[in-house]
Design a protein around this ligand. Structure first.
Ligand code: GLN
Length: 294
C-alpha cells in the first residue's frame, strides 16, 4: 500500500495547487495551496500515508458524516436525494419546503446538528469525543476558523432561520449555528480521519465502539455515494466509484467497503467545493488498486 501511495503522490504532483481555497471562510484562504497528504487505514487497523498526511487541516463538511452517524435516523426531517444546486443553496431548501434534500448539504447538516444537540446537549463536544475515541488522537477546534465562519456565515444563518421557519429546528438558531460551526472547525490530519472513519469500511464496527449496525453503515455509505460530493457526486462516481465525502478545507474521505478508508487533503477546490487534487488522487488510487463498488 505504501508503494501505491507513492505512485499516487507522483501522479498528482502537477495537479496539486490547482483550484482555489474556500472563499466563504476567510481563515481557510490562508492555507497554502501546495499541500497534499493521503492516508489509508486498512480494515485491520493499520495506517500508512504519504505527503502531509499527519498535518491537521480544517475538516469542514467531513464533520457532517460523523454528525450524521451519531444523530441516528433522520428520515423524518432530512431527505436522501442528490442535489443539483450548491451545498449552501437557499433555493434548494425553499424548493424542499424546509426538509433539506440530504444530510450533507449545509441545510441538512444544520438539522442533524440540531438533533445531536437535543440528544447530547453539546453536539460539537460529542463529535470531538467520538473522533478522539475512534482515532486515538487528541481532537481540537481551530478557533480562528470558527470565529472567521461565525463572522461571515450569513448564508448559513439564513438557512438555519429558513429551516426554523418551517418548524424543522428544535433548538434556538444561534445554538445550532454555533455547534455546526464548531463541528466544521475541528482540525484533524488525514491519518486520524482515516482511522476515525474506519467503521464505514467495517460494517459499522469502529476501533473503540460499534458505531452503527451493519445495515446503517451500508445506508450511510449509500448516502455518501449519492450526496457526499454535492453536485459533483455523479462525476466523482464516474471517475472513482467509491462512497466519499468532501469538505471545503480540501479533505475527501472515501470508503472501500471491507477493505479500507482513504483520506486525502489538498486545499485547492473545484466549482462544487471538492478538492481538485484529492479527487485526482482517488481516481489514480482506484485505478491502481482496482478498488470500486462497481
Ligand atoms: N462550514 C462550511 C460551510 O458551512 C462547510 C461547507 C463544506 O465544507 N462544503 O460553508
Amino acid at each position: 500500500m505504501q508503494g501505491v501511495l507513492e505512485q499516487v503522490a507522483a501522479g498528482v504532483r502537477s495537479v496539486v495547487g490547482q483550484g482555489k481555497q474556500a472563499v466563504s471562510i476567510p481563515a481557510l484562504a490562508r492555507v497554502p495551496l501546495n499541500r497534499f497528504g493521503m492516508a489509508v487505514a486498512t480494515a485491520d487497523g493499520d495506517v500508512v500515508g504519504v505527503g502531509d498526511w499527519d498535518e491537521p487541516f480544517s475538516v469542514q463538511s467531513l464533520s457532517k458524516l460523523f454528525t450524521l452517524a451519531l444523530a441516528g435516523d433522520m428520515r423524518d426531517r432530512v431527505g436522501r436525494e442528490p442535489s443539483t444546486l450548491a451545498f449552501n443553496s437557499l433555493s434548494q431548501l425553499e424548493l424542499d419546503e424546509g426538509r433539506p434534500r440530504n444530510p450533507f448539504l449545509n441545510a441538512g447538516a444544520l438539522v442533524t446538528t440540531d438533533q445531536l444537540l437535543s440528544t447530547t446537549g453539546d453536539a460539537a463536544a460529542a463529535l470531538r469525543g467520538f473522533l478522539a475515541a475512534e482515532s486515538g488522537a487528541e481532537v481540537a477546534v481551530d478557533l480562528s476558523v470558527a470565529e472567521s465562519e461565525l463572522e461571515t456565515g450569513h448564508r448559513n444563518a439564513a438557512l438555519a432561520h429558513l429551516i426554523a421557519g418551517y418548524g424543522n429546528l428544535h433548538n434556538p438558531v444561534t445554538d445550532v449555528l454555533r455547534n455546526y460551526v464548531h463541528s466544521c472547525a475541528i482540525a484533524m490530519s488525514c491519518r486520524d480521519l482515516a482511522l476515525a472513519g474506519l467503521f464505514l469500511a467495517r460494517t459499522g464496527r469502529g476501533r473503540a465502539t460499534q458505531v452503527l449496525s451493519a445495515s446503517d453503515a451500508r445506508r450511510l455509505n449509500a448516502t455518501m455515494l449519492v450526496c457526499g460530493m454535492y453536485d459533483g457526486a455523479g462525476e466523482f462516481a464516474y471517475r472513482v466509484g467509491l462512497p466519499a465525502k468532501s469538505g471545503i478545507g480540501g479533505g475527501v474521505l472515501a470508503v472501500v467497503p471491507n477493505r479500507c478508508v482513504v483520506c486525502v487533503w489538498s486545499p485547492g477546490l473545484d466549482r462544487c467545493g471538492n478538492s481538485v487534487a484529492a479527487v485526482a488522487a482517488l481516481e489514480i488510487f482506484s485505478a491502481l488498486t482496482g478498488y470500486s463498488v462497481f
